[in-house]
Design a protein around this ligand. Structure first.
Ligand SMILES: C[S@@+](CC[C@H](N)C(=O)[O-])C[C@H]1O[C@@H](n2cnc3c(N)ncnc32)[C@H](O)[C@@H]1O
Length: 242
């Protein structure tokens, strides 16, 4: 029996208050709902009024909507058309304008942005859980066998969309080959650690703990047990061009 706790079974409305900004989001059964590490990201990203922002992999619109409420001029992409549809509805619900485009990474945007916020898939997801939730939800947060497939590709692409003062906010999560991601970041960008946290893993880690412990032992991922919970580390970095 596979437990599915992270995803919702039917549409629901969630209220948020982050960085003193109140907003609400509809969440549904087809789209990745904001997770604790999305909230950690949102609490710690720094957007100044008037800055141009792109939210890559917007999902429900969570980070982009907050960025717009903080005064950013926001564009957003997602490769899942249902996610974009929901994000558009959520932007309207919060009375803000976001320039949305469906597509991979930067879709058809050509310009340079002051800020890039990116919370792309970044977990190694056990195959039993993938089968239980189906392809659409799997694609929303599975980063392949090292957990960082989309993040590595993003790091290759992003420089083209940056000027010499642009900042990227990116999370590195340790239920992935995080050492490989960190190496790529350090080789390509100036990196400043903005925030660090240790938070609960999703249910599939505990449900397949033998397999995840093996990945931990070979040093691919980093998980640790605190009390009764399996936890992982998350690092929010601000990257600038070298
Ligand atoms: C982990 S979810 C995060 C959603 C949202 N940013 C948040 O913080 O709650 C990742 C999102 O990235 C989207 N995605 C996956 N691969 C993508 C790609 N190559 N280009 C654009 N979006 C992608 C997924 O559809 C999903 O909505």
């Amino acid at each position: 029996m596979v437990r599915i706790l992270h995803f919702v079974q039917k549409p629901e409305l969630r209220k948020y208050e982050i960085q003193n900004i109140k907003f609400e989001l509809e969440i549904n059964e087809h789209i990745f709902p904001p997770s604790p590490h999305g909230s950690f990201f949102a609490e710690n990203m720094k957007i100044n009024a008037g800055e141009s922002v792109i939210d890559i992999g917007t999902g429900s619109g969570f980070l982009g909507i907050l960025a717009a409420k903080l005064g950013g001029k926001v564009s957003a992409t997602d490769n899942d058309k249902d996610a974009l549809c929901l994000a558009e509805k959520n932007a309207a619900r919060n009375n803000i304008h976001i320039d949305f485009q469906q597509g991979e990474y930067f879709a058809n945007f050509k310009k340079k942005f002051d800020i890039i916020v990116v919370n792309l898939p970044q977990e190694i997801v056990h195959k039993d859980y993938q089968e239980a939730i189906g392809e659409q939800l799997t694609n929303s947060f599975d980063g392949g066998s090292d957990g960082n497939k989309q993040v590595l590709k993003f790091l290759d692409l992003a420089k083209k969309y940056m000027h010499n003062k642009s900042r990227i906010y990116i999370i590195v999560y340790t239920v992935t080959n995080y050492a490989q991601t960190l190496k790529k970041i350090i080789e390509n960008y100036n990196a400043r650690l903005v925030a660090f946290d240790t938070g609960p893993t999703k249910e599939f880690v505990e449900d397949n703990i033998k397999w995840y412990k093996e990945l931990n032992e070979i040093g691919k991922i980093k998980i640790l047990k605190i009390g009764k919970k399996w936890m992982a580390h998350e690092y929010l970095f601000e990257l600038t061009l070298k």
